[in-house]
Design a protein around this ligand. Structure first.
Ligand SMILES: N[C@@H]1[C@@H](O)[C@H](O)[C@@H](COP(=O)(O)O)O[C@@H]1O
Length: 235
């Protein structure tokens, strides 16, 4: 793991952008994208750049189950608002949380990933160490599947909804095994809220209790964090 500590989230987004830009120059064609507040500064740097993504493919990590695509809280809408409306890709895939058969949608998504191997996978991290929506205890080799969100994630997400009962309880997410297939992985984390998860990810044992810790086993994983997120690291 290559840990890079930056001044703030703007510098983090810029650094991630610079890495991606170089990879695109070297032929990268498929980006794995994430939602949440963390990647927004990266998306802003992409939008502000003169890079053209219209011959590239994007594949998103996850989506809520049962949330219409045009709901402002859906990840389909989030990606449009924060990136795709300004920088369209040739193909943009987001898991189909509205499918009648979620297991089939998950299997179909794995076929999309297999046909479009991810060159650079962007990740945020949950306060409990989750990546995508792979909560603690997830299979480290899992593939795209339906997941039940933990109370901690529901609690963290409820700020986006008017009522707690509106917060979705299920999602469809790429599995940890699907994520680990990315040729390069860039995990971003900012703020003190993420410091415990980052310590466990970087310095703890590789364990399904901290899904992001599996990145220790990846050949090309870069962790970009600000000082607050780095504050509990021992070195
Ligand atoms: N499924 C997403 C994750 O992909 C994201 O990493 C996490 C952290 O969100 P934030 O970046 O807003 O802290 O939130 C959700 O759970």
């Amino acid at each position: 793991m290559d840990v890079k500590i930056v001044k703030d989230k703007v510098a983090g987004g810029q650094l991630a952008f610079d890495i991606i830009k170089e990879d695109i120059t070297n032929g990268a064609k498929v980006l794995g994208l994430a939602t949440g507040s963390t990647p927004i500064t990266l998306y802003q740097a992409m939008i502000a750049s003169d890079l053209d993504f219209s011959n590239m493919t994007s594949i998103n990590l996850d989506e809520y189950v049962g949330m219409p695509f045009d709901n402002p809280q859906s990840y389909h809408q989030f990606m449009k608002d924060n990136l795709f409306n300004k920088k369209p890709f040739a193909h943009s895939y987001v898991p189909d949380g509205m499918a009648e058969d979620i297991e089939q949608a998950a299997a179909d998504y794995e076929k999309i990933i297999a046909a479009n191997p991810i060159d650079v996978q962007i990740l945020g991290i949950g306060r409990n160490g989750h990546i995508g929506f792979n909560e603690p205890g997830s299979d480290l080799e899992g593939r795209t599947h339906k997941v039940q969100l933990t109370e901690s994630t529901i609690e963290a997400n409820k700020r986006f909804f008017e009522r707690e009962e509106d917060v979705p309880r299920y999602a469809i997410s790429m599995g940890i095994g699907s994520i680990m297939q990315g040729k390069k992985i860039i995990l971003l984390a900012y703020g003190e809220d993420k410091a415990d998860a980052i310590k466990a990810t970087v310095e703890g044992p590789v364990t399904s209790h901290v899904p992001a810790s599996v990145l220790q086993n990846h050949d090309d994983a870069i962790i970009i964090i600000d000082e607050a997120a780095a504050s509990k690291l021992s070195k």
